[in-house]
Design a protein around this ligand. Structure first.
Ligand code: PMP
Length: 454
């Protein structure tokens, strides 16, 4: 007789196809199967407990099984679980739209829901494209993105992505986009040189082809999947000004950075930038349910107003657009963030994490530690002096995260970059324990001590 754990492992390997996973490798390992979560901890079917050191892919805000969020879901379940926004509305969807308009950067007054970051980006792309058509300008059809950008995996979102590993297979399916360099201070000779590379390229592109460009999409302040890269101060603001000067719409993809993660409610707030379109997901529901939102200015929205036969309608929607359970839990999450003054508290938590991680800079394979709020990326390099990266085959990031798992914390690497993104609610004690594991795991794998310490 198989134990229930063995049965689950067999079923997982037989039927479940995991995202971003080489399944041949996955099937040869022992899967981690999570059964429950509480606060910042997750527990597997064997009862082992782990810190959720990457907020279950960058989205958890109040911890798992947060009583207030659970209650909001129960309350909404007693009313209605799902209905549509096609030609009608529901209470939590309306309330949440009002709330998002109130807390988002100035001018973003209209809210269009979807169900993932990628669909939120698709919507922003289609809105920007159609905005110009509806205004009678058929020249502005192109998009600008940044090197190593990640905006999701659907075809449109992947078209404005610029991580070759994820894009190359699908290249023939994708529309072309202009790519400007990302200001990678570590790799491009410091803040000033990095910023000039970005702004110079954007300026030249807009001067030459600005009238063909519908919008520029950017991950504000922190480029997540590209390696937790932090923009030098003032860069986002300058990019926004350049777009404005050339009449190009600015799309801020705040899917990863939104809702306090960077130390402000939205990363755009850090430089008082007001984009024309803003995409939200992940932390919107506290990380509970798949709700995303694309926010637009009145100016964008008004371009879609017309008599019916003029075909200016935004023909887009999903079955689960504006799901009441998701919107109710998002409202509860935002209420809790306000009550607990969570955004205001991020700075102190971030400073604590920075202090704890600072000694790692002395290690001979730690090249760069990048941090904005509670988003941290630690880039491991084969040679510190020349900044030579580890080879892909070294799997240094994977090894560090596997070691962290053995030590009781879950995360996912980005190539050679170790990611640390704890739930925003983490206490100082919890951050202390988690950063100890980050440090130990990096030390163990870079000094080749994984096996020895087991
Ligand atoms: N944009 C950014 C900046 C992201 O980090 C992500 C997800 N990591 C997405 C879009 C896609 O979101 P989703 O996975 O919900 O489709």
């Amino acid at each position: 007789m198989k134990t229930d754990d063995e049965r689950l492992v067999a079923l997982d390997k037989a039927h479940l196809w995991h995202p971003f996973t080489q399944m041949k490798e996955y099937r040869s390992g022992s899967p981690l199967i999570i059964e429950r979560g509480e606060g910042v901890m997750l527990q597997d079917v064997q009862g082992r407990r782990y810190y959720d050191g990457f907020s279950s892919v960058w989205l958890n805000v109040h911890g798992h099984q947060a009583p207030e969020l659970d209650q909001a879901l129960r309350d909404q379940l007693e009313r209605v679980a799902h209905t549509t926004l096609l030609g009608m509305a529901n209470v939590p969807a309306i309330e949440l739209a009002g709330k998002l308009a109130a807390i988002s950067p100035k001018g973003l007054n209209k809210v269009f829901y979807s169900d993932s970051g990628a669909t939120g980006v698709e919507i922003a792309i289609k809105m920007a494209f159609q905005y110009w058509r509806n205004r009678g300008d058929r020249r502005r059809t192109a998009f600008v993105t940044m090197d190593q950008a990640y905006h999701g995996d659907t075809i449109g979102a992947a078209s404005v992505g610029a991580i070759p590993l994820y894009q190359e297979v699908y290249r023939p399916l994708l529309f072309p986009a202009h790519v400007v360099p990302y200001p990678n201070s570590y790799r491009h000779g410091g803040d000033e040189a990095a910023m000039e590379a970005t702004l110079g390229a954007l300026r030249r592109l807009l001067e030459e082809r600005g009238e063909e460009i519908a919008a520029c999409i950017v991950e504000p302040i922190v480029q997540g999947a590209g390696g937790m890269l932090v923009m030098p101060a003032g860069c986002l603001r300058r990019m926004a000004e350049l777009c404005r000067e050339h009449g190009v719409l600015l799309i801020a993809d705040e899917v990863a950075t939104g809702f306090g993660r960077t130390g402000a409610m939205f990363a755009c707030d850090l430089e008082q930038v007001s984009p024309d379109l803003m995409v939200l997901g992940k932390g919107l529901t506290g990380g509970y349910l798949p709700v995303a939102a694309t926010l637009a200015t009145d100016e964008v929205y008004d371009a879609f107003d017309a008599e019916y036969e003029e075909q200016k309608t935004f023909f887009h929607g999903h079955s689960f657009t504006g799901n009441p359970l998701g919107c109710a839990v998002a409202l509860a999450s935002l209420r809790l963030m306000e009550e607990r003054r969570m955004v205001e508290g991020i700075e102190a938590k971030a400073a604590f994490v920075a202090r704890k991680l600072a000694p790692l800079k002395e290690l001979r394979h730690v090249g760069d530690i990048r941090q904005q709020g509670l988003m941290v990326g630690i880039e491991l390099v084969r040679d510190k002096a020349s900044r030579e990266p580890y080879a892909w085959a070294d799997r240094i990031g994977v090894r560090a995260t596997m070691r962290a798992r053995e030590l009781g914390m879950l995360t996912r690497p980005l190539g050679n970059v170790v990611v640390f993104m704890p739930p925003l609610c983490s206490s100082e004690e919890e951050l202390d324990a988690m950063t100890d594991i980050v440090a130990a795991s990096i030390l163990d794998v870079t000094e080749g001590k994984e096996a020895e310490r087991r």
